[in-house]
Design a binder for this molecule. Structure first.
Ligand SMILES: [Zn+2]
Length: 242
């Protein structure tokens, strides 16, 4: 997943070259590529050129492992479990790709959510959602309402204000999670992510003193999707009283 997050938005092949150091290009040996563990053995440095390896790598690996384990604990070996781990994979890769590409830009504004992740997300979303709910309407309504419900206001905003309000990638990402989580989740995905984004964005503006700050929205959409995945019943009760 770390490979996808780094390479997909940069239009690099995910197959070749094999995992290699981003500083010296030396190929990473398989025993130096064990999740979480290797980073500690290498003390966070490349074996060859000693340049620093970001702590984000073991953190992402650890977070993925914990979320997968919790899904197994919650759902057992079932289609719900297959749905959960596919959603976690897409949520983390899309959210972090968006965040890291935004960090690369000068004003921290235009993150990229790779289309290949959107397509993979739709395929896995439709497939696992259909198997888990035994209904093809479940993912169709979720993805359809997620997409159209945001596409129309976003287009209107762009027509009136002549600038992009919500990124097109964000809208596609909400449609993907709509396919996984169904119609009822869309409201939470939109307003939950907007709420988290506003809290972080406003705090950041106060701390940094910058105005008119744009922040990538993908990580907040992914956070909302993960919360709904595990606590959807509770969220439904809070939102709809059922
Ligand atoms: Zn190196």
């Amino acid at each position: 997943m770390n490979v996808l997050i780094y390479r997909l938005p940069r239009d690099k092949s995910i197959v070749t070259p094999p995992s290699s150091c981003t500083s010296c290009g030396e190929r990473i040996r398989f025993y130096d590529n064990i999740p979480v563990v290797s980073w500690f053995f290498l003390l966070g440095k490349c074996r060859f050129c000693k340049s620093k390896i970001s702590i984000m790598y073991p953190m992402i690996e650890l977070m993925t492992g914990l979320l997968f384990y919790y899904s197994y604990y919650r759902f057992g070996l079932s289609w719900d479990f297959a749905l959960a781990i596919s959603l976690i994979f897409i949520a983390l890769s899309a959210g972090l790709a968006d965040l890291f590409t935004a960090l690369d830009t000068e004003n921290f504004e235009c993150g990229i959510i790779p289309d290949s992740l959107i397509v993979a997300g739709l395929i896995f979303g439709f497939a696992t959602s259909y198997m888990a709910h035994k209904s093809i309407l479940f993912p169709i309504y979720g993805a359809g309402v997620g997409f159209l419900g945001l596409f129309v206001p976003a287009m209107l905003y762009q027509l009136i204000r002549k600038r992009e309000g919500m990124g097109f990638g964000d809208i596609k990402l909400i449609a993907v999670f709509g396919a996984f989580l169904g119609l009822k989740s869309v409201f939470f995905l939109v307003f939950g992510s907007a709420l988290f984004g506003a809290i972080i964005g406003i705090s950041w503006q106060i701390i940094s003193g910058k105005k008119d700050l744009m922040i990538p929205f993908g990580p907040f959409i992914s956070t909302a999707a993960l919360i709904y995945l595990f606590f959807g019943t509770l969220m439904d009760r809070l939102l709809y009283g059922v």
